[in-house]
Design a protein around this ligand. Structure first.
Ligand SMILES: CC(C)(COP(=O)(O)OP(=O)(O)OC[C@H]1O[C@@H](n2cnc3c(N)ncnc32)[C@H](O)[C@@H]1OP(=O)(O)O)[C@@H](O)C(=O)NCCC(=O)NCCS
Length: 187
């Protein structure tokens, strides 16, 4: 398996079931929020997929919250493809897509802060997001003990082409946060 042979594409409605099959096992493990096939099929903008030999092995999608704000969500990579930079490539493509589509801010709620930090996101207090962002939390299995980092990327300060850092690059780790706001439950 070679990550460089993977193609990143815009999903078609016909691929909704395959994307759903990728997300569901990860959702059952509490790593992602579940998405219905219909949600996947009608997502606008559509999902971005990573395809290897005609099989979908990764995905990510943007959700538009209006006022130039979008969320990077449903980031998933088939477990046997983990650790080869594919997750990073998908986020980088989502950033490029968001910028191209005219969004000004991107955010993510994640337990993988280093992945997002390598691509320019920074940790922010969750209170910065509008209330409608939290509607998803009602169906989150860990809503009462949320351990996600809220991370943002202003899109007007980055180049249009997002470079995924090479592995030789020193990777900084996120220190344990002493910002009390970050560990709070989502409303
Ligand atoms: C999270 C997930 C998408 C990552 O996919 P992936 O293809 O393994 O991601 P990458 O290969 O780009 O990065 C994986 C690890 O490789 C290493 N790595 C990747 N790029 C690197 C680089 N440039 N330098 C050094 N190490 C690097 C890091 O250890 C990295 O882990 P970290 O980002 O937590 O530090 C995947 O594990 C997954 O689907 N998890 C379940 C669902 C989930 O948690 N989604 C995220 C919700 S926000």
């Amino acid at each position: 398996m070679n990550c460089c042979n993977i193609r990143l594409e815009t999903a078609t409605p016909a691929q909704a079931e395959a994307i759903h099959r990728l997300i569901q096992p990860l959702a059952r493990r509490g790593l992602l929020l579940p998405r219905s096939i219909e949600e996947v099929r009608t997502a606008a903008p559509p999902f971005i997929t990573a395809e290897a030999d005609g099989r979908i092995v990764g995905c990510v999608v943007l959700r538009d919250y209006g006022d130039g704000l979008a969320e990077v969500r449903s980031l998933a990579v088939q477990p046997d493809w983990n650790g080869q930079g594919l997750g990073s490539r998908l986020v980088a493509r989502a950033v490029e897509t968001a910028r191209r589509d005219g969004f000004t801010w991107l955010f993510a709620l994640t337990r993988r802060p280093n992945l997002f930090r390598r691509l320019g996101f920074h940790v922010v207090p969750k209170e910065r997001f509008p209330k409608k962002v939290w509607t998803d939390c009602a169906r989150c299995p860990i809503r009462d003990h949320c351990d996600e980092f809220a991370m943002m990327l202003p899109l007007d300060t980055i180049p249009s082409k997002v470079n995924v850092p090479r592995r030789e690059t020193a990777v900084s780790t996120i220190p344990p946060s002493n910002d009390a706001t970050l560990g709070r439950e989502r409303p």
